[in-house]
Write a protein that binds this ligand. Structure first.
Ligand SMILES: Nc1ncnc2c1ncn2[C@@H]1O[C@H](COP(=O)(O)OP(=O)(O)OP(=O)(O)O)[C@@H](O)[C@H]1O
Ligand SMILES: [Mg+2]
Length: 262
């Protein structure tokens, strides 16, 4: 039996004036999936994640998250998701400790959530001195850790992470990737965007390639490889460039740069 999807998006269109950011995007993500959204800059990954989290309303089409419509049932959706934005928007005057307490009180979470935040901070090596320093004074990577912890602390079934490894050091990246895997073992799901092919290759159960606002290729790494006609040993980067027709552009550009003596 096909499980009921945690996320279902049908024919999503999003227009910003003359710009059509999404042009009929369809997406289905099941519990147990770590779903990687890949695509060139401006393809529509952030717009998709913002619509699923209820921060943007689609021009047309529909989305469901755990059966709820993010455009009209925002409260129900927010309870079930953890969202990390492309650029973390945090209260810079609060310390991480104060911020997690603030998030817990606004979401009406009990002390377990605050204790879990502190345990995650320990895992990310962010619980020492930086725990009591205003967020505005923290390094880029530490701010990103705070955003990730705030998204995880209420243990939502769905994680929507927009380039979550941005700024994280190797150790913290490894921890976050493992946390994503543990999350789906517990029948949650993760949708995350990334430009780091090795990350997508190592953690995703399924990968969707977005281009010009449409999901035009999707599958496991093996399925995408055969779709692109690349050989068994090809990396996701080769597959991606082939599928997005950017392989030729890269080759020609490199040839031109070499001939110009760059
Ligand atoms: N608020 C906005 N106003 C106008 N245009 C927007 C807005 N947000 C996004 N766009 C446009 O929508 C398109 C898709 O943008 P989006 O941020 O979803 O791309 P992306 O796939 O996340 O790209 P990147 O890899 O660079 O993060 C782009 O053409 C972008 O310029
Ligand atoms: Mg983006």
């Amino acid at each position: 039996m096909t499980p009921s999807p945690l996320v279902e998006a049908r024919d999503l269109v999003k227009e910003y004036g003359q710009v059509r950011a999404l042009d009929g995007l369809n997406l289905r993500v099941n519990p147990g999936d770590v779903y990687g959204l890949l695509g060139p800059n401006g393809a529509g990954k952030t717009t998709t994640l913002r619509i699923l989290s209820g921060l943007e309303v689609p021009t047309s089409g529909s989305a469901r998250v755990a059966g709820f419509d993010p455009a009209t049932q925002g409260v129900e959706v927010k309870r079930r998701i953890g969202y990390v934005a492309e650029s973390a928007i945090l209260y810079e005057s609060l310390t991480p400790r104060e911020y997690f307490e603030f998030v817990a009180s606004t979401r009406q979470l009990n002390h377990d959530a605050v204790a879990y935040a502190s345990s995650l901070a320990q895992a990310f090596d962010a619980e020492g001195a930086s725990y009591d320093v205003p967020i505005g004074a923290l390094s880029l990577g530490t701010k990103q850790k705070v955003a990730v912890i705030a998204a995880l602390m209420h243990r939502p079934p769905l994680l929507l992470l927009d380039e979550p490894l941005n700024g994280l050091d190797a150790k913290s990246s490894k921890i976050l990737k493992e946390l994503m895997l543990i999350h789906v073992e517990r029948k949650g799901a993760v949708i995350f965007s990334t430009h780091i092919m090795e990350v997508a290759e190592s953690v995703c159960t399924r990968i969707g390639i977005i281009n010009d606002g449409r999901l035009f290729a999707e599958g496991t790494m093996g399925e995408l490889r055969s779709l692109s006609g690349t050989s068994g040993g090809s990396s996701l980067e080769d597959v991606f460039l082939k599928l997005t027709n950017e392989e030729r552009f890269v080759e020609e550009t490199l040839e031109r740069l070499r001939s110009e003596g760059t």
